[in-house]
Design a protein around this ligand. Sequence first.
Ligand code: GP9
Ligand code: MN
Length: 644
Amino acid sequence: MKRTFTAPLYILATVLFGLKTYIIYRFLFNISLDNAMQEFILLLNPFVSAFLAFGLSVLFSRKWQVRYIRSISLVGSVILYINLIFYRHFSDFLTVPVLMQGSNAADLGGSILSLIYPQDILLFLDLAIIWFFSYRYKDTMTVGYLRRKKVSTMAAIAAVVIINIGLAEAERPQLFTRGFDREYLVKNIGLFNFHIYDAVMQSKTEAQRVFADGNELPEILSYVNEEVETDKSAKFGQAEGKNIIFISLESMQSFLINNELNGEEVTPFLNSLTEDKDTYYFENFYHQTEQGKTSDSEFLVENSLYPLPRGAVFFTHGQNEYNGTPEILGQHNYTTAVFHSNNSSFWNRDVMYDSLGYDTFYDENSYDVIPEGEDQNTVGWGLMDKPFFEQSIPYLQEMEQPYYTKFITLTNHHPFDLPEEEATIDQFDSNSQTLNKYFQTARYTDEAVQQFFEQLKESGEYEDSIIVMMGDHYGISEYHNKAMSQYLGKDITPYQQVQNQRVPFFIHIPGDGNGQVMEKVAGQIDVKPTILGLLGIESEHDIQFGNDVFAEDRKEYIALRNGDFISDDYVFTNDMCYDRLTGEPADDKEGEEAEISGETGEQIESVCEPIQEQVTKELNYSDRIIYGDLLRFYDFEEGKEKAS
Ligand code: GP9
Ligand code: MN
């Protein structure tokens, strides 16, 4: 006798798909769970989302129920899987703006393949079962529902959604208004509802530009003047008229500097600079990037504005009005150029570099790139750093001085592949291939930079130049924390995770003589005012959120894009305040009197609170400038709103 199944198809789909989603959240994403309630919400929301999606099928005729359930389970599985691949690389979830950068994903090539595992096929098991049942038992598992049943199912859906959101709000107040941490959103409302939220945010963002006018500027201007602006530093104008050679060190993190692997220095050349008399090395310098990675770091460096909480500002607002360093220096008779051997459209650079005021972009067409054969000079993403620098020198020599140039390296990029004969240090030995290989490519870039210094000297470009070098963002994401903990010999606590966001920052001034290791807290937002300060260019009319790193009266904190921050005294992350130097919780005040704020008379819950408020305000001002394209209403000469 043929077996029959009478359970509704949508219930089967809800259970199987919900279970799969939960397994992915719990075991394949690295979502931090701090208490039992968070565990419960994470378990609940996959089933709520699945019920919401599949439950709607009761509204349809039997034929359409089957079609609808098949399509939803297919689309849902694909969305989950794409997110998983993305997550394996970025430890982050997709957003609409990132999706629109599909061209970038296509260029990931080898990177993507290394993120797909054979056993992933198991993640489509539920889909196979749902489809099988939908063919085999569609007669018994679907019914034309009566009106009463339709209404009660909709009511049940509404009820579970409200319970889910209610619990999430209780666990995480202002979840939706603050919303800038994607992990919290996914953890609380699930990936699919997060995507809906993200799409709504996107349309809101687009509307913002249309409705913006200059009225918002005065408030922002007075904030910048009162809270950000510093006096001139002692080094103001010290390098007047010099060339600037800025080198973006792909994925270089500070933990490599002055550190060893099997008793060998990882980056001997960069290490030697930390002791060099002409070099200032900043050991507490943080990257502040988000989803736009390298391009976000470029945005910070050129504008001293924050990149966006979602997507890459290079893409989403590439045609805004800016007042970037290249444009300013162009007005001071500088020639400006970027050197980077990749597609000019990657990260929308061709468009954005125009908006920033660059004269020339030497992209991959300017280089002799040999992808295969005996003379092959590429790996992974393209031209290797050594030939890249070598081939750049003649262009540099041709340029009219003074110049402002930016070199973007590439070899030390995920998945950190390197031809065997180029490797001059062993791999690390851990469960993470990524971290294991990272040391070799980092060493390669170190050698490439050393070689570039020599070539600059030989070609006569060195003497009159200042060389600024900066890591663009992390190379080793949270996903590899187990291996990182093995290498660093300590637990990766939330505090340590923030400390791992330090990237090296060097300012090399030939002939300076006072070079030293600088302990002060600084970040990518500070690069523009620092360079302009050294060159002696007044920036009092600029709208920017960073400070000259050499100024005495600097702001006391660096804001990360997710609202975390590092101040002189504290590290704030995951809603916890830590002592910056010891990593111990800073609010452990048991038995002590709670502090009372002098300003509001209210009880201060955390010593981090005042800076936290300031950080939120500042990130918000920066976002408003970008979303509203507000600089189009600003007169940089006069330092005030344009007369309309
Ligand atoms: C691409 C290169 C790398 O041109 O800058 O980009 P990333 O993936 O690091 O943002
Ligand atoms: Mn990068």
